[in-house]
Unconditional design. Structure first.
Lengths: 273, 640
C-alpha cells in the first residue's frame, strides 16, 4: 500500500495537473489542472457535459486519464485503483444513487467501514478479541458520528429502496462518511431534492467541513448556484473539458467568461430560493 | 413492587419529594432511560439527583433567585426534566414551551413570564431565543445541551448545560449544604410551574400552579389507579402539555416508576414498542392515529389475515359491549375472547406497544365513541380523563369496570364537580390553580369562591358520570332549535381512516356543512392503488374520486343522526389544519373562531348556490416562511 504524508490545513491536499481524458475522439477533459487545499469546500461547476463527473471519476480512480498527473498529499496516485485511493481517505457519493437497495440503511453504512475492518476469519467466527474490538469501535463510530449527524435514527433499520429519494441521498452521504475520509467527492448531492432537503444537505456538508471532529475537505459538483456560492471557498468553472476560471465565489460570479459561457446574461446568483 | 405511600402535606414540595425518593432508591434503581445512539442508556436515581443538584447550583451561581422563571423548550429528554427539577429546587418556577412554537409565541411567553433563563436543546431553540433576546429584557441566560451546530456561537450569555453543571460543582465546594437548604426552604404553597394554556380564542394565559396543586392531583389519581415503582412509562408528549407533567412529575415522582425517553420524536412509536409501558396518557389524536394505522394495515393485508382480524374484532366488540353494559361475560365468550387474543389481539397490541398496558388514558380533547370502542374491543383498558391545566391536570376519570364511552367518568378523591344552572361544569379540589399570571380579570372570571369554571358545557348522568357536551361557546343550535355539539360530529367523522381533520359548521343555520381535511398518507395510498395521479396534497384533495370517497364517509356518519344534524354539503380543504397557521391550538384543538374568520369565503360558499369557492390565502411554514395559495375548491352536495 502506498503511504502518504500528513498535510496541514491550507496546504495542497489534491493536485490535478494537465489532465487529458478522451473517449474516442471526444476530449472530455483537455488539459485541466486543479488544486484543492486541505479544509476547503471546492466546487466544480459547469454546464451539462462539461466534464465535471469525469473529473470526479479521475480523482477517485474510476477513470484513468490518458495524460496528466494526480497527486494526493504530495504522492502521485495515478496508478492506484479506486479501492486503494479509498484507503488513502478519498471517499465519494454518486450523482445517481448507488446504494444497495435491498439492504438496510445500517448495513449500507457499515459497508463503508469495510476498509477499516482488518480482523481475520478465525477471530470473526468466534467474535472475540480483535473482531469484537473492531465491531464495537465501528458501531460507536457509525451511531455517534454518522447516524446522529445525519439525523437518520428513525430509518436505520429500513430497507433502502423503500425510502424517499431525499433520504437515500442522505444514506449515501452516510456511507461515504463511514470511510472516515479526508477528501470527500460529492457529485450533485442536491439534485432532485426539495427545498427543505436541500437546506438540510447543505447544513450537513458544512458540518462535515467545519466540525472539529470531521474537518473533511470537500469537492462539490453541483448545479444549485445559490448553495454553491454560499458554502464554497473556491469555485472551479469547467466548460467542454476546459477550465474557465478558478477562484473565490465572489470573483467567479463577476467573471465575464463565466457569465457568457455558463449562464448567458443571467445573474449567476439566481437561486431557486 | 410498591405503590405510593406518600402523605401529601402543605409542607411537602416537589423538590423535597424528589430528594426523598433519590435517597430512597439511590444507585440501585433506574429513574429514567434515554435511547441514545441506538441503545437504552439508564440513569439511576443517584444520577438524577447529581445532575439536578449541579444544574441547580450552577443556575444559582448564574443568578437564579427564588421566584425567578426558567423557560424550557425542546424534545422530551432527561436534560429537560433535570432543568425543570433544578429550577424548582432553587425555588424557581418552570415555564414550558411547545417545541414547535413559532417565534412570536416564544416571544410572548418569554416576555410575559419574565423568564430569566432559557433552557433550549439544540441550535434551533437557541436561534429562537437569540431572535427574541433583545425584545425580552428580563432574559439573561440562554442554555443549550446539544453541541451540534453550536461551533459558531460565541455570545456571552450563551452557555452549555455541562458548563452550568461545572459552575454548580464549583459552588458546591464552597457551599456544600446550599442545595439541600434551598430545597428545605420551599413550601407547598409556593408556585412551581407557570403553565401557558393553549387558548382556543385568545392569547395564551399563564396558569400558576403550586407544589400542593401538583402533588395532590397526582396523589388522588394514584389513589384511583395505583402504579408501582416497577412500572415503565414512556415520556414522549410535550412537557408543555399538563398531561405529560402529571405523569412525569406529579405521579412519576410519587410512585418512582421509570420514565423512558425515546431517541427522537420520529422513533417514539418504535421505542414505545420496545419498552412496553404499563401506563399511557395521550390526547385523542394519538389514539386516532393508531386506529387509522391499524385500519390501513388491515386494508393492505392478505385475505386470510383480514378474515382473522374481522373474526377477532367481532368477538372483541361483542365482549366489550357486554362489559360496557355491565353484563357478565359467559364462559363460551371468554373462550372465544381467548382465541381472538391468541390469533390477533396479542400481536396487534405488541405492535402498538400496548402489551403490558394496565391503564391507558385519553384526555385533553374529545374522543369519538367509535375510537373508544375500538380499543376496548382490542382488550385495551382505555379510560377517559377530564381536566384542565387550571386543575393541575385532571379531576375526573373512568373507574375500572365502570367505563362508559360517552362519559368522562367520575371525580377523583377530594374533588367536587357540579353543573351550574347554565349547564357549565365547575369543580373544586386542592389542585385548583392559584390564578393567571398578570391577568386578574381572567382569574376573577375563572375562579369564583374556590370553584373553577371550566367553560365546558355538560351534565351528570344517572350513574354519576360526567358527560361533557362541548365548549359552551362552541355548542351549536340546529335549525329545529335543539343544541348540538359540533365536536361530536367531528369525532365521528374522524373515525374514518381517510379523514384527518373535520370542521362542522351550522350554528343557527339552515343546514349543517363540513370542511374536511383528508389524511395525506392514507388517501395518497388509496389514490396510488387506483392509479390516480397527484403531485401535492392540494391536488389530491381536489380529485373527484377523493371527493366521492369523503362523501361516502360522511354518508356513513350521517346514517344514524337526526335529520337536522346531518351534513348537507362539504368541501375538501387544500391543506390540513395546522397549529403553525393558528388553526389549531398546540394541543390540536380546532380554534373555531379563527378558522371561521380565515375561511369565511368557504363558509359563505357552502351556504350559497355556488359549486366552487375561490381561495386566495397564505400559509406559514415551520421556519416562518409564507407561501401564497390561490386555488378553487369544489363544493359537493350530499343526498340526505
Amino acid at each position: 500500500m502506498v503511504q502518504v504524508g500528513e498535510v496541514k490545513e491550507g496546504d495542497t491536499l489534491l493536485r490535478l495537473e494537465d489532465i487529458h481524458m478522451y473517449f474516442g475522439k471526444v476530449a472530455a477533459l483537455a488539459g485541466v489542472s486543479l488544486e484543492v487545499k486541505k479544509g476547503e469546500i471546492h466546487s466544480i461547476i459547469g454546464p451539462n457535459g462539461a466534464g465535471k463527473t469525469v473529473m470526479m471519476n479521475c480523482i477517485n480512480g474510476l477513470y484513468r486519464p490518458q495524460k496528466g498527473n494526480i497527486s494526493y498529499k504530495g504522492t502521485q496516485v495515478n496508478h492506484l485503483r479506486p479501492h486503494h485511493r479509498a484507503e488513502l481517505g478519498i471517499s465519494r457519493t454518486f450523482q445517481k444513487i448507488e446504494l444497495f437497495g435491498g439492504m438496510t440503511v445500517l448495513d449500507n453504512i457499515r459497508l463503508g467501514r469495510h476498509i477499516h475492518l482488518k480482523s481475520g476469519i478465525v477471530s470473526g467466527s468466534i467474535y472475540i478479541g480483535k473482531t469484537k474490538r473492531e465491531e464495537l469501535k465501528s458501531r460507536k463510530f457509525i451511531e455517534e458520528e454518522i447516524i446522529d449527524l445525519l439525523e437518520i435514527e428513525s430509518i436505520r433499520d429500513k430497507t433502502v429502496h423503500m425510502l424517499p429519494y431525499g433520504l437515500q441521498k442522505r444514506v449515501e452521504l452516510g456511507r461515504a462518511l463511514a470511510l472516515n475520509p479526508e477528501l470527500l467527492l460529492l457529485d450533485e448531492p442536491l439534485a432532485g431534492l426539495n427545498l427543505e432537503e436541500v437546506e438540510d444537505m447543505a447544513r450537513f456538508i458544512l458540518d462535515i467541513n467545519e466540525e472539529p471532529r470531521w474537518k473533511v475537505t470537500c469537492i462539490l459538483v453541483e448545479h444549485d448556484m445559490g448553495v454553491v456560492m454560499d458554502i464554497s471557498h473556491s469555485v472551479f468553472v469547467l466548460n467542454f473539458g476546459n477550465k474557465i476560471t478558478d477562484g473565490p465565489p465572489e470573483e467567479v460570479q463577476e467573471n465575464p467568461d463565466v457569465i457568457k459561457a455558463y449562464l448567458g446574461e443571467e445573474d449567476l446568483y439566481s437561486t431557486r430560493r | 413492587m410498591s405503590g405510593p405511600d406518600i402523605e401529601i402535606t402543605k409542607d411537602l414540595t416537589i423538590p423535597k419529594l424528589f430528594s426523598r425518593q433519590c435517597k430512597k432508591y439511590g444507585a440501585n434503581k433506574v429513574a429514567m432511560r434515554e435511547k441514545e445512539f441506538g441503545i437504552w442508556c439508564p440513569f439511576t436515581w443517584q444520577d438524577y439527583y447529581d445532575n439536578v443538584k449541579y444544574l441547580c447550583l450552577g443556575m444559582i451561581s448564574l443568578g437564579l433567585e427564588p421566584g425567578d422563571k426558567v423557560a424550557m423548550i425542546g424534545d422530551n429528554r432527561p436534560e429537560g426534566l433535570w432543568a425543570e427539577m433544578a429550577a424548582m429546587c432553587a425555588g424557581g418556577v418552570g415555564v414550558w414551551l411547545f417545541q414547535d412554537c413559532m417565534m412570536d409565541e416564544v416571544k410572548y411567553i418569554i416576555d410575559h413570564s419574565d423568564a430569566k433563563f432559557f433552557m433550549g436543546e439544540t441550535q434551533e431553540e437557541v436561534d429562537k431565543a437569540l431572535a427574541i433576546k433583545d425584545e425580552c429584557p428580563k432574559l439573561q441566560w440562554i442554555v443549550w445541551d446539544d453541541p451540534k451546530g453550536m461551533r459558531n456561537y460565541h455570545q456571552d450569555f450563551l452557555i452549555s448545560i455541562k458548563k452550568v453543571q461545572e459552575l454548580g460543582r464549583e459552588l458546591e465546594k464552597k457551599e456544600p449544604d446550599l442545595f439541600e437548604k434551598r430545597i428545605s426552604d420551599g413550601h407547598g404553597d409556593d408556585i412551581c410551574l407557570l403553565f401557558y394554556t393553549s387558548g382556543t380564542t385568545a392569547l395564551p394565559k399563564g396558569a400558576l400552579l403550586s407544589h400542593w396543586n401538583m402533588l395532590t392531583m397526582g396523589h388522588n389519581l394514584m389513589a384511583v389507579d395505583p402504579c408501582y415503582d416497577t412500572d415503565d412509562f414512556v415520556s414522549y408528549l410535550p412537557f408543555a402539555w399538563i398531561g405529560e407533567q402529571m405523569m412525569s412529575i406529579s405521579c412519576g415522582l410519587q410512585v418512582g416508576y421509570t420514565i423512558n425517553f425515546p431517541e427522537e420524536p420520529e422513533t417514539a412509536q418504535e421505542n414505545i414498542r420496545e419498552i412496553g409501558p404499563h401506563v399511557m396518557f395521550a390526547p385523542p389524536r394519538l389514539y386516532e392515529g393508531m386506529t387509522r394505522k391499524v385500519q390501513v394495515k388491515y386494508m393492505d393485508s392478505t385475505w386470510i389475515k383480514r378474515n382473522i382480524y374481522e373474526f377477532a374484532t367481532k368477538v372483541g366488540y361483542k365482549i366489550a359491549n357486554m362489559k360496557f353494559e355491565k353484563k357478565t361475560v359467559s364462559w363460551s365468550w371468554k373462550f372465544l375472547g381467548w382465541i381472538a387474543y391468541i390469533v390477533m389481539q396479542k400481536k396487534l397490541k405488541d405492535h402498538l406497544g400496548m402489551s403490558r398496558l394496565r391503564h391507558a388514558y385519553t384526555g385533553g380533547a374529545a374522543m369519538g365513541p367509535d375510537h373508544f370502542r375500538f380499543f376496548h374491543a382490542l382488550g385495551v383498558n382505555l379510560k377517559q380523563i377530564y381536566g384542565q391545566t387550571e386543575i393541575a391536570g385532571i379531576s375526573i376519570v373512568h373507574r375500572d369496570g365502570d367505563v362508559k364511552f360517552d362519559t368522562v367518568g367520575t371525580p377523583i378523591p377530594e374533588t367536587e364537580v357540579k353543573i351550574t344552572d347554565e349547564g357549565e361544569i365547575i369543580s373544586k379540589s386542592p389542585s385548583v390553580f392559584l390564578g393567571y399570571y398578570k391577568n386578574d380579570e381572567a382569574t376573577r372570571k375563572t375562579l369564583v369562591d374556590g370553584w373553577l369554571y371550566s367553560g365546558d358545557r355538560g351534565f351528570i348522568d344517572e350513574d354519576g358520570h360526567l358527560v361533557v357536551f362541548d365548549r359552551s361557546k362552541d355548542v351549536m343550535t340546529l335549525n329545529d332549535g335543539r343544541p348540538f355539539s359540533p365536536q361530536y360530529l367531528e369525532t365521528r367523522l374522524k373515525f374514518s381512516p381517510f379523514i384527518q381533520e373535520a370542521w362542522v359548521i351550522g350554528d343557527k343555520r339552515e343546514y349543517i356543512v363540513a370542511v374536511m381535511c383528508v389524511d395525506y398518507a392514507v388517501v395518497g395510498k388509496w389514490a396510488d392503488d387506483r392509479k390516480i395521479n397527484y403531485t401535492s396534497y392540494m391536488e389530491l384533495s381536489q380529485e373527484p374520486a377523493v371527493y366521492n370517497l369523503v362523501q361516502a364517509q360522511i354518508e356513513e356518519s350521517n346514517k344514524d343522526l337526526p335529520g337536522p344534524a346531518k351534513i348537507h354539503k362539504f368541501v375538501n380543504l387544500y391543506k390540513v389544519f395546522d397549529a403553525d397557521d393558528e388553526e389549531l391550538t398546540r394541543t390540536s384543538k380546532l380554534r373555531r373562531a379563527f378558522v371561521e374568520n380565515r375561511y369565511k369565503d368557504i363558509v359563505d360558499g357552502l351556504y350559497s348556490d355556488r359549486d366552487v369557492v375561490h381561495m386566495d390565502t397564505t400559509i406559514t411554514y415551520e421556519d416562518g416562511r409564507e407561501q401564497r395559495i390561490r386555488t378553487d375548491l369544489r363544493i359537493q352536495n350530499i343526498n340526505v
